[in-house]
Ligand binder design. Structure first.
Ligand SMILES: *Cc1c(COP(=O)(O)O)cnc(C)c1O
Length: 345
């Protein structure tokens, strides 16, 4: 597994050593008191990657920013929602590598509170020194990007564009690497059977699915849809990204994946991307109160609500091992304080 074409791809070290893989024993016990049979539950601490406050985008940025530097870039341009974890991690990682960062924030989430507009990731973007520009949710993203790229060219800058969520085939290499890390961490304890992860811009699931296809096809990678109103389209996007990522990771062994090979669970999005659900709040609180572990309100909280529901309908056998991906995003907790705070007593 170590001597592959994949290892020769250039990468900046931003995540640090392998992130911890931890048992969720008290959380599992709490679920079992409701009478359900629970698999062995592990959590992969992708919230602990070692740059910019941590999170899953750092894994993608290891490859994306290596590519940016190889292309001679001095500024990166990327985009997301106002409380984008991706923009915040890009800003911090760019700082670490001596690159400038322009972050384009689109107000796509309805009913933004003051905290949503100014706290959490927005505050951190500012602290990391990013050039942040905010646009209405219905602005034409393509036009906004083109305009900013034009502005950079005029200023004599060499810009590198990172797509929303860092979800290109280059970025997804980061989660091929994480998949291999998981295999190494569990090699002596019998491996794993399932991985459960939020699917937003699809790159994290795509990278994990690519890794599974290449190195351990018996492992099932479950996405929980937290963004797309059209699950079938998200499945197609994820499959296409996984195929392109495999081609980049291991050109001699790549296969293509079809949409029906992507496992994407629906029913946990609620009213839309970034909009809290009661199940998200309950899942986030249960994990915090049994494990001392913080999830986030937009992605991993909804993904955990999905995992709990999957356990309740007996998706997994008691002797199987399920890995939940804690993908970071905790600064968003402060932006969503109104939805998360217990009612005043
Ligand atoms: C971006 C993000 C995800 C989803 O990853 P995608 O690759 O965009 O699907 C999950 N959790 C957190 C906290 C994120 O910031």
């Amino acid at each position: 597994m170590m001597d592959s074409q994949f290892d020769k791809i250039s990468r900046e070290d931003l995540a640090g050593p392998p992130t911890p893989l931890m048992e969720m024993a008290r959380f599992k016990a709490a679920l079992e008191t409701t009478g359900v049979t629970c698999p062995r539950l592990l959590v992969k601490r992708e919230d602990l990657t070692q740059t910019a406050g941590g999170g899953n985008k750092i894994r993608k940025l290891e490859y994306l920013l290596a590519d940016a530097k190889a292309n001679g870039a001095d500024v990166v341009i990327t985009a997301g929602a106002v409380q984008s974890n991706h923009v915040r991690q890009t800003a911090g990682a760019a700082s670490r590598l001596g690159l400038d960062c322009v972050g384009l924030l689109f107000s796509t989430v309805p009913n933004e509170s003051d905290a949503y507009r100014t706290s959490g990731n927005v505050l951190l973007d500012d602290i990391f020194g990013a050039d942040i520009r905010v646009f209405p949710g219905d602005a034409n993203g393509r036009e906004v990007f083109d305009e900013v790229i034009g502005e950079m060219v005029k200023a004599g800058r060499k810009a590198y564009v990172i797509p929303v969520g860092g979800s290109s085939d280059v970025g997804c290499l980061g989660y091929v690497r994480v998949f291999r890390e998981l295999m190494e961490q569990t090699a002596s304890t019998g491996g794993i059977d399932h991985v459960v992860v939020a699917n937003g811009s699809s790159g994290t699931q795509a990278g994990l699915a690519a890794g599974a296809s290449l190195y351990a096809p018996q492992v099932m990678v479950h996405g929980i849809n937290v963004l797309s109103p059209d699950g079938e389209k998200a499945r197609e996007t994820t499959a296409a990204l996984a195929g392109a990522t495999m081609k980049r990771a291991e050109p001699d062994r790549a296969m293509s994946l079809s949409a029906d090979e992507i496992i994407l669970h629906e029913g946990f999005l609620g009213e839309g991307y970034g909009m809290p659900t009661p199940e998200m709040v309950a899942a986030l609180q249960l994990v915090a109160r049994t494990e001392g572990l913080l999830l986030d309100p937009v992605y991993s909280g909804k993904a955990m609500a999905g995992l709990i529901a999957l356990i309740q309908v007996r998706t997994f056998a008691a002797d199987e091992t399920v890995v939940f991906m804690a993908t970071g995003g905790t600064p968003g907790l402060f932006a969503y304080a109104d939805a998360l705070r217990s009612p005043a007593g």
